[in-house]
Ligand binder design. Structure first.
Ligand code: NAD
Length: 249
């Protein structure tokens, strides 16, 4: 399948982990991909891997919590590929996040965290949506988490915000033929998860899943590409759990 030939997609947080999986899958179906991340070294390497595999990708450094940086990302994408058709808002502070309670987290850290993990999706959407409208429409996938429904302090709160943003933006952008959906993964086996979640907690989580294994980035790409593609042309404002049955709603 090559559902994205001639289309341009920006994936934030694509230097590694799940975002890199999305970027590679989009390129394998023909998209021009902008690997957008704070981490230039890893981001460059991911873009090079995609090109070595025969895809089209370039790296651009972005801080999703900074509106000027997001506008520069949109301008770069237009200069490089001429249009923006798809956006995946995947970037987040995750692998090295603090694990304090909402009641005690350092206030400056909390504000920074929310500006990346929640506002980042809105900031980048605000920077790109007019370009999508100009292209006749487009699609956006936001990266949520089952943490939105299981107590996970400010990390979960940011994902509740991402779910709300998904629904609100789907409403605001439908008239421009821009669809906005979200994916809420359960525990995914990435380096970041290994870093932030002790093995015993992961083992306990997996024991309680209906499908008794951790997910992989590969488990998520089918849903992400479906939601971005024309196959989902009448789907918007939805939050899809890809989680081994962790949260049944
Ligand atoms: P990761 O830490 O490997 O990837 C996050 C990426 O975002 C990194 O490349 C990082 O450099 C980038 N980033 C951080 N701050 C940024 C900023 N301000 N601007 C631009 N880029 C920035 O984590 P991952 O496991 O691949 O997770 C990716 C996404 O999936 C995150 O949104 C995470 O919350 C979500 N998620 C992960 C899991 C899991 O179990 N791994 C489960 C549910 C949801």
């Amino acid at each position: 399948m090559a559902r994205f030939t001639g289309r341009t997609a920006i994936v934030t947080g694509a230097a590694q982990g799940i975002g890199a999986g999305y970027a590679k899958a989009l390129a394998s179906e023909g998209a021009n991909v902008v690997v957008a991340d704070l981490n230039a070294e890893r981001g460059e390497a991911t873009a090079k891997e995609i090109v070595a595999d025969g895809g089209t990708a370039v790296f651009h450094r972005v801080d999703v919590s900074d509106a000027e940086s997001a506008t520069a990302l949109a301008d770069f994408t237009i200069a490089e590929f001429g249009a923006i058709n798809h956006l995946v808002n995947n970037a987040a502070i995750y692998g090295d996040m603090k694990l304090n309670l909402l009641l005690s987290v350092d206030w400056d850290y909390y504000k920074k965290f929310m500006s990346v993990n929640m506002d980042g999706a809105l900031i980048v959407t605000r920077a790109v949506w007019k370009h999508m409208r100009k292209a006749g429409g487009g699609s956006i996938v936001n990266q949520s988490s089952t943490a939105a429904w299981t107590y996970s302090s400010f990390y979960g709160l940011a994902k509740v915000g991402v779910n709300g943003l998904t629904q609100q933006l789907a409403t605001e952008l439908g008239g421009a033929n821009i669809r906005v959906n979200a994916i809420a993964p359960g525990p995914i086996d990435t380096d970041a998860t290994k870093n932030v979640t002790p093995d015993v907690i992961v083992e306990d989580m997996v024991k309680r899943l209906p499908l008794k294994r951790m997910g992989t980035p590969q488990d998520l790409v089918g849903a992400c590409l479906y939601l971005l593609s024309d196959d989902a042309s009448w789907v918007t404002g939805q939050i899809f759990n890809i989680d081994g049955g962790q949260v049944i709603r």
